[in-house]
Write a protein that binds this ligand. Structure first.
Ligand code: ZN
Length: 87
């Protein structure tokens, strides 16, 4: 019931705006085949996945929190592979 009250009060959008959009919103490319963060430069229109050797339509541009990107890279440094599920 408290959850419904917070959602109806607009807390969800306020939390998203304060903790994501205004804080550390980061645009990056995610490979649709392997789910890994791909190399991307939006200004140059360059996207490439080193794991699959693919580019172009197989890379989806998404907005994620920069801390999520850092966590993914730190887990990869420890040998833990994470995947983003994009369609
Ligand atoms: Zn890939």
């Amino acid at each position: 019931m408290e959850l419904n009250a917070l959602i109806s009060h607009g807390a969800n959008s306020m939390l998203k705006e304060r903790c994501f959009i205004a804080a550390d919103k980061f645009n990056t490319g995610i490979c649709r085949q392997c789910g890994q963060i791909a190399e991307s430069n939006v200004e140059l229109g360059y996207t490439f996945c080193r794991l699959c050797n693919t580019s172009g339509d197989s890379i989806k541009q998404v907005d994620i929190a920069y801390t999520s990107k850092l966590l993914t890279h730190e887990l990869a440094a420890m040998g833990i592979r994470t995947n983003f599920n994009v369609e």
